[in-house]
Design a protein. Structure first.
Length: 421
């Protein structure tokens, strides 16, 4: 606001205060004033004489007060509009929310602890989140007691619903968590109602262990062998951020005696590549590594012989949903003739179609180091956590069922058949 506008606003506020002072008094004050007016007839005459100008002044002041209130509200609306204008089109992204907001029901302490770890990004990554969720559900199931006149196969589903809602309030549900929870519900609904309660709970927990073993641990071991065969002595492997599966592949190839170097391309705000860099350089002998930010990609991509990246999810149209920056790495690698290999387990497959990272995404928290100047209070930082790599930029996808082209991702359910925990 300019000086003239501020001065005008102050004058309106003064007029509004004057109008409030001259407005009719309340019942108690009116009774007091009437008793005083009986005692002093002279004051009554003066009030009658000055009644007209006071009324007109009160009307003018009330109009000024309304104008002042409207101007203040308009100024506040304009400030809020300016603050939200930058992120208005991204309001559908999964932004951080108050933990447990709107969740009804008893939440198990293990779920509360896990939700806190999710919200603080201390448990990050599709595999880590899925394993942590299933492990927490095992504790919830073991502590669960079926109420009288209910069956475990029906009531346990009701008991798990608020636990799932609480985790979703911490962070949007990943495809891996959704697939695992869907399979868990199928196993619970299909449990034998004639089994003793503890035996039924043990059987469900065993199914959870089998799911983690078959769909994640053993799948990773198979992918390690398949992708490791593509790494030769003297290769330069470029990867982005940190994928737990890519890390296993590189360490496995190194343990087999292959000598290669790695270029770790990292990006903010999570800077996950630092953890991968530490793991690769902690081996004996250490793997030669180069650490670069995403802005340095044009300078280092031409040195790579293969690009290995992980994935958050695979979609039926061949798109790969992964950490933000992966699409840029893949498209630039293709432009330089470098093959791009995506390493991903089949339990990350989704039958949905993903065209871009705008229709659905998640916001990462904005982090600033102590040495950095804090941003302006009106500045809102936008950190999309994922992006979508089109199938045209991908050379092959390595899964536990084999190495397939991105155009054949939709055939993964047929290759697996009807799977169970």
């Amino acid at each position: 606001m300019t000086k003239a506008e501020r001065r005008e606003l102050q004058e309106r506020q003064r007029a509004a205060k004057l109008a409030q002072k001259q407005q009719p008094q309340g019942p108690s004050n009116a009774a007091a004033s009437s008793s005083k007016s009986k005692q002093t007839s002279t004051a009554q005459k003066k009030a009658a004489d000055t009644n007209k100008p006071a009324t007109s002044l009160g009307k003018d002041a009330s109009i000024a007060a309304k104008d002042a209130a409207l101007s203040v509200a308009a100024a506040a609306d304009s400030v809020e509009a300016q603050k939200s204008r930058g992120l208005r089109i991204f309001s559908h992204f999964g932004a951080p929310k108050p933990l447990g907001a709107g969740v009804k029901g008893d939440i198990h302490p293990a779920i509360v602890r896990l939700g806190l770890l999710f919200s603080e990004f201390k448990v990050c990554g599709a595999n880590a989140r899925c394993i942590a969720t299933l492990s927490a559900f095992k504790i919830v199931i073991q502590d669960y007691m079926t109420p009288p006149n209910n069956t475990l196969s029906r009531h346990l589903m009701t008991h798990l619903s608020p636990q799932i809602t609480y985790l979703v309030s911490a962070r949007p549900m990943s495809v891996t968590m959704g697939n695992a929870i869907r399979q868990l519900k199928l196993e619970i609904s299909g449990s034998d109602i004639d089994l003793p309660e503890q035996d039924a709970k043990d059987a469900i927990c065993q199914k959870i262990d089998n799911y983690i073993r078959d769909r994640i641990i053993i799948a990773d071991e198979v992918i390690q062998d398949l992708a490791g065969k593509k790494i030769k002595d003297g290769d330069v492997i470029l990867t982005h951020a940190r994928s737990s599966l890519v890390q296993k592949i590189l360490l496995h190839a190194h343990s087999e005696g292959k000598r290669f170097s790695v270029i770790v391309v990292d990006s903010r705000p999570l800077l996950e590549g630092k953890k991968l860099l530490h793991a690769l350089t902690s081996t004996e002998p250490p793997i030669p590594c180069t650490y670069a930010f995403l802005s340095s990609l044009p300078s280092v991509v031409s040195e790579a012989t293969t690009v290995l990246v992980g994935a958050h999810s695979l979609h039926s149209n061949g798109a790969v949903y992964s950490r933000a920056g992966t699409a840029l790495v893949a498209m630039m690698a293709k432009a330089h003739g470098v093959p791009v290999v995506v390493c991903c387990e089949t339990y990350k497959f989704s039958e949905t179609v993903m065209l871009d990272g705008f229709g659905k995404n998640e916001l990462a928290p904005a982090k600033f180091s102590p040495s950095e100047p804090k941003p302006n209070l009106t500045l809102e930082v936008l950190n999309p956590l994922y992006d979508v790599t089109p199938p045209a930029s991908i050379t092959a996808v390595v899964t536990e069922v084999g190495m397939i082209p991105p155009t054949s991702i939709s055939s993964i359910p047929l290759a697996l058949g009807k799977t169970s925990m």
